[in-house]
Write a new protein. Structure first.
Length: 639
């Protein structure tokens, strides 16, 4: 096989996933997707057992678990036809946690489903017991709407009943509507780009190169494992608690144990001895665990070899053993919301901790070990939303252009807004002559409702109803004390809202240098949400966003510093914090010190209250939540 051609095809397939991601990010509606880029896209080779062929540089925890989603979609909805799109989020049927909604669709060539494409996006609310759908739950049903693999689009026709069912079960249906449509747009892009590749190179050559890429990745992974000294390497770490404070084990740490066995070119990762499934939401389904292990293996292989295409071939030399009924293989309906974000990080920590004994001059100290999850939501007082549909009544279409410009066929009294819609013909009766003088200037004896046009005729008393207060500002801008239904204007006024974010922290130091500060690490690869986007979209104010100086662990090489993020809420809200590494900081290696643990604080009326790592709060206007994220562990003895 020609190496240059293989490299070209590797980048061609990856570019399909990358362009799908660009489409998804640009078309999405919610800040979590369009700003934080909390989504992933991938391309699969078709067949009875689909194989991951290429992925974009998106979210590791999404991508490593996506093969399970594609297999579940194909198994449940076969035979797939041209134009089909399968949707799912059920963690026990191919998903990872409910906010991550996955779409899977076939790409047909000459009547055969030669490829599959998949997208996964974290939707900021999918229902459940608290805004943001990351509650401190004790069963899956509390976390949101559960979607088994179903056809969202059947032979090109959208299943509107299913679409509306999903929207009816979330707090922010207009966001879900826009974000799901963005995922469908990404799939259209992926299908078009794959068709172009096949059209350029031919189906036989394209499939030959695809299979060669799988074999090449498997060969490289075997070679990387062969460079790790044979042996069994053990490590143990723990999660702080499950947020439920069980009477038998109040706030007890939850151990995760691993034994990594290396024998020649094969690697086995065994989690025997890990804690049983917990009452809270830290349980992680096996697809998440496998995703974290593959992430660690690929990091090591890249460091040892310098290259490794990410596809199904990487999984081949790897065996993962998980005790049934454990924290890492719970039985339904155990809660799993935080297993995807918190437990996955600790799985990475224990696997790297074990491999550090085999590769001490390669493996870094622990990074922050948490995603510092924050969700909040509520109702904005007076903030009434985005423009209504074209079917809305005229008096509802007030605000930004062109929503107050009805069609030419509208009755004169509905023709309100910019000219020429409020300028009837010369033959119109006086009461219809609305617009420029002299047609809208009736006699001083005319009733108030006929005095429409330039001031002072269109200035009714303060007691007038909203639909009469039409014209130049400020007449269509009622006071902040007006009832919600009267508060019409720019977004996001008057809509319920829900938001989710993760917050970066310190990366662990390694043999080659200090850890990076204030970044997302390991299984998270999102951006932060810009302050401007947050404050525009939600009734909050970001008061602090800075590095947490000195939080990185000391060592020959210091761990990276965490972050400080303080958010003031301008109206009542419900917030849920799900964080880890609040009791024990990320471990150091080679004599390096641990990073500083994180800290959560509520500031209310001048008083500071330290919060646990996992808590749901009823916030009042003026309250401030302050999150201080962990620093990374240090590496080597401090000088």
């Amino acid at each position: 096989m020609d190496a240059a051609t293989l490299t070209i095809f590797n980048h061609l397939f990856a570019s399909v996933a990358e362009e799908m991601g660009v489409t998804l990010g640009r078309a999405a509606y919610s800040p979590n997707i369009k700003e934080r880029l909390d989504y992933s896209c991938a391309v699969f080779l078709g067949g009875e057992r689909p194989a991951l062929l290429a992925q974009a540089a998106h979210i590791p925890v999404h991508l490593g678990a996506m093969p399970a989603s594609v297999r579940a979609a194909v198994a449940a909805c076969a035979p797939l036809r041209p134009g089909d799109v399968v949707i799912l989020n059920d963690p026990y049927q191919g998903g990872n946690h409910l906010p991550d909604i996955t779409l899977v669709s076939p790409v047909f060539t000459a009547g055969v489903a030669t490829f599959l494409i998949a997208s996964r996006a974290h939707h900021a609310d999918v229902g459940g017991m608290s805004p943001g759908s990351m509650p401190l739950s004790t069963e899956l049903y509390q976390e949101g709407i559960i979607i088994p693999p179903l056809k969202l689009v059947d032979a090109g026709r959208r299943n509107d009943a299913l679409w509306q069912l999903i929207l009816r079960n979330v707090r922010t249906p207009w966001e879900r509507d826009g974000d799901l449509a963005a995922q469908l747009a990404a799939h259209a892009t992926g299908a078009a780009r794959l068709a172009e590749i096949v059209g350029r190179y031919g189906l036989d050559e394209t499939l030959r190169q695809a299979r060669a890429l799988l074999a090449y990745a498997e060969s490289l992974t075997h070679a990387a494992i062969a460079r790790i000294p044979d042996g069994v390497y053990r490590f143990e770490d723990a999660l702080d608690d499950d947020g439920q404070g069980a009477a038998s084990r109040p706030d007890a740490p939850i151990p995760i144990r691993v034994a990594v066995s290396v024998s020649g070119e094969a690697l086995t990762v065994d989690f025997a001895g890990t804690a049983p499934a917990v009452a809270g939401n830290l349980n992680a389904v096996p697809a998440i665990v496998e995703s974290a292990v593959v992430y660690c293996l690929r990091c090591v292989a890249l460091a040892l070899l310098g290259e490794l295409p990410m596809n199904q071939g990487v999984f081949a030399p790897l065996t993962v053993r998980i005790p049934p009924g454990s924290l890492l293989d719970p039985r339904p309906p155990h809660a799993v919301a935080a297993g995807n974000v918190e437990t996955a990080q600790r799985v990475v920590d224990v696997v790297f901790g074990a491999l550090a004994a085999a590769l001490p001059d390669l493996i870094p100290a622990a990074s922050q070990g948490t995603m510092n999850n924050l969700t909040f939501g509520g109702h904005s007082v007076g903030r009434v939303g985005n423009p209504p549909s074209q079917n809305a009544k005229v008096q509802e279409r007030v605000g930004n252009p062109s929503y107050n410009q009805p069609s030419q066929n509208a009755p004169a009294q509905e023709r309100v807004g910019n000219p020429p819609y409020n300028q009837p013909s010369q033959n119109a009766p006086v009461q219809e002559r609305v617009g420029n003088p002299p047609y809208n200037q009736p006699s001083q004896n005319a009733p108030v409702q006929e005095r429409v046009g330039n001031p002072p005729y269109n200035q009714p008393s303060q007691n007038a109803t909203v639909q009469e207060r039409v014209g130049n500002p400020p007449y269509n801008q009622p006071s902040q004390n007006a009832p919600v239904q009267e508060r019409v204007g720019n977004p996001p006024y008057n809509q319920p809202y829900a938001y989710y974010e993760t917050i970066g922290g310190g990366a662990g130091a390694g043999p080659a240098g200090d850890g990076a500060s204030g970044i997302h690490v390991h299984m998270s690869n999102t951006r932060n949400t810009p302050v401007e986007a947050l404050e525009y979209s939600y009734p909050i104010r970001v008061e602090t966003y800075a590095l947490r100086r000195g939080s990185g662990g000391r060592g020959r090489h210091s761990g990276g510093d965490g972050l400080v993020r303080a958010i003031r809420f301008l109206s009542p809200a419900t917030a849920t914090i799900t964080t880890e590494r609040r009791r024990r900081g990320p471990y150091g290696l080679g004599g390096g010190e641990a990073g500083a643990p994180g800290r959560n604080t509520l500031l209310r009326e001048g008083q500071a209250v330290e919060l646990p790592g996992k808590v749901t709060l009823a916030l009042e206007a003026g309250d401030v939540i302050r999150l201080e994220t962990p620093g990374g562990g240090g590496w080597g003895e401090p000088g």
